[in-house]
Design a protein around this ligand. Structure first.
Ligand SMILES: C/C(NCc1cnc(C)nc1N)=C(/S)[C@H](O)COP(=O)(O)OP(=O)(O)O
Ligand SMILES: [Mg+2]
Length: 561
């Protein structure tokens, strides 16, 4: 078997740790899909559409560190670009690979199908450059290795999505074989002078402080510094708080954990922990309109040691030329203990057990889901009140929470948890998704049925876009109601004569008792997803959402300057 361009790509993707890639077929990518299968290093997983394909890859990258999605030209890739926007916003190295027109067609004046009908097919490359850190077009085998290596190395180094388009007549062309993958995985060497200067300035800043607190931000995972952060917390012996989008990036079982900081809508007592500190170490935060509660609050200023990806700012000076993980490790070496901020004990707020026979409430649903979460659970929180429900949960050691608070594309969670479950089949996957979000990508549950993934889906049916209702109400926030649980009968149709792909389970829960019973059934359904449709009153949402929604609405309605 000749080694081809498609094999080279497959070899590199396998070398960086991919065991799967996601795809939607189209005539521009069929030969490439054959090459990827022929190579044998990864399982090819199919999605219902290219938006879901790109989000499934995003979810895979959350667990696996990187991912790849293969789509057809233009009609496929432009849909997938939405998922790339999400991967860019959430700092995830997803490689989008698009089949592309025959290399002989460029400059030929040919009008091709699936294009916008012009004779210049470059518009896709121009578009995708805005949501990637590297983008290359492969129209010949001899240039393929350098372009493939550049795109993969850049994506891994910058933790951002990247893009390749491969002409449909090139994927099966003979190609040289790749060398060691180490050249794609290496990082730039730190500037020791700058690192040392940043360290000295930071130590002097912390030496003067009494009440030191760490605030963990949402970019910390993509900086690969979660372990280093625990070591710093242990050495300082201080309080550690997390931002909502960084929920689970620091263990809530750690003695220093003190809750979620979110300005005025923080967990009880946490705002005071931050406000009473005379030194806050912020680790890779994102201060956007949502995390600042409508620009009302951020933790910045002279009392803050700002540690960002590749930059430290403290005492009026700024330093760069090293990775966050290198700085945190070096700081841990030299910093002295600062336990003053730990004086107050931390007791998470426990939700009361409701009367099981009464209509189901948001609090009771959240309480029961929290009880289901164990150290082996990955809990997905879709945009909506699910964010606030996840934020108020208390997590056991090892539990993970996935959210998308920067991009905030409703429906993201269904395909993303599908990809995440494929990356970590040994973990329990639990999804909290609202009725409005679910309607955008519901069909990807069929793939969970097909691949027999026992994802437990809490479909929160509060009859509309409640988060939007709280921000600004109008007729546009009300949607057609579905029988969501009944969808499983539709998806269980399976292929006649084929045993697999028929074990989805759909259940309704209108009381605490019904929900408890449904959860027990879901835990026993190991050969397919279980969707539990939780019916809630439309007015039943978290108080935090109501407060936060008001402030965000006020920010949105600022008069033009
Ligand atoms: C419509 C929209 N956001 C606007 C929006 C519209 N389109 C896309 C792709 N992404 C978005 N965030 C949002 S948050 C809805 O309240 C979600 O409704 P649902 O899933 O039902 O959750 P809640 O009821 O808890 O709000
Ligand atoms: Mg809703």
């Amino acid at each position: 078997m000749a080694f081809t361009v498609g094999h080279y790509l497959a070899e590199r993707l396998t070398q960086i740790g991919l065991k799967h890639h996601f795809a939607v077929a189209g005539d521009y990518n069929l030969i490439l899909l054959d090459q990827l299968i022929e190579h044998g290093g990864m399982k090819q997983i199919y999605d219902c559409n290219e938006l879901n394909c790109s989000f499934a890859a995003e979810g895979y990258a959350r667990e696996n560190g990187a991912a790849a999605a293969v789509v057809t030209f233009s009609v496929g890739a432009i849909s997938a670009m939405n998922g790339l926007g999400g991967a860019y916003a959430e700092n995830l190295p997803v490689i989008l690979i698009s089949g592309a027109p025959n290399s002989n067609d460029h400059g030929s004046g040919h009008v091709l199908h699936h294009t916008i009908g012009t004779t210049d097919y470059n518009y896709q490359m121009e578009m995708v450059k805005h949501v990637t850190c590297a983008a290359e077009s492969i129209t010949s085998a001899d240039t393929a290795p350098a372009k493939i290596d550049h795109v993969i190395r850049t994506a891994l180094r910058e933790k951002k999505p990247a893009y390749l388009e491969i002409a449909c007549n090139v994927a099966s062309q003979p190609c040289v074989r790749p060398g060691p993958v180490s050249s794609l995985l290496s990082h730039l060497k730190a500037d020791e002078v700058s690192l040392k200067a940043a360290l000295e300035e930071s130590l002097a800043f912390l030496e003067k402080a009494q009440n030191v607190v760490i605030l963990v931000g949402s970019k910390l995972r993509s900086c690969e510094a979660l372990t280093e952060t625990v070591a710093l917390a242990d050495k300082l012996g201080c309080a550690v708080t997390v931002m909502a989008a960084a929920k689970s990036f620091f263990s809530e079982a750690h003695p220093g954990f003190r809750g979620v900081y979110w300005g005025e809508v923080s967990s009880p007592g946490v705002e005071d922990v931050i406000k009473s500190a005379d030194a806050v170490i912020t680790l890779a935060p994102v201060w956007n309109d949502y995390s600042t509660v409508g620009w009302r609050d951020s933790v910045r200023g002279e009392h803050v040691l700002e540690v960002d990806p590749g930059r430290v700012t403290v005492s009026g000076k700024t330093f760069e030329g090293f990775r966050l993980k290198e700085f945190v490790a070096a700081l841990t070496e030299r910093v002295s203990s600062k336990p003053a901020s730990l004086v107050k004990p931390y007791t998470p707020v426990a939700l009361p057990v409701a009367d099981a026979a009464k209509p189901l409430t948001n609090d009771e649903m959240t309480r029961q889901i929290n009880a289901l979460v164990d150290g082996n659970t990955t809990l997905y929180a879709e945009t909506g009140d699910s964010w606030f429900n996840a934020t108020r949960m208390h997590l056991p050691e090892g539990a993970k929470v996935e959210s998308e608070m920067q991009w905030g594309h409703i429906g993201w969670s269904v395909p993303s948890i599908f990809g995440n479950a494929l990356a970590a089949p040994e973990r329990q996957h639990v999804l909290m998704v609202g009725d409005g979000s679910f309607q955008l990508t519901a069909q990807e549950v069929a793939q969970m049925v097909r691949y027999e993934l026992p994802v437990i889906i809490f479909l929160i049916n509060n009859f509309g876009y409640v988060i939007e209702i709280k921000i600004h109400d109008g007729p546009y926030n009300y949607i057609q109601n579905w029988d969501y649980a009944a969808l499983m009968q539709v998806f269980n149709q399976g292929v006649p004569g084929v045993e697999s792909g028929k074990y989805g389970l759909g259940l309704h829960a209108t009381t605490g008792e019904e929900l408890a019973d449904a959860i027990e059934k879901a835990k026993k359904n190991t050969r397919g997803p279980t969707l539990i449709e939780c019916k809630l009153d439309q007015t039943d949402c978290t108080e935090t959402l109501v407060q936060w929604g008001k402030f965000v609405a006020a920010a949105n309605s600022r008069k033009p300057a």
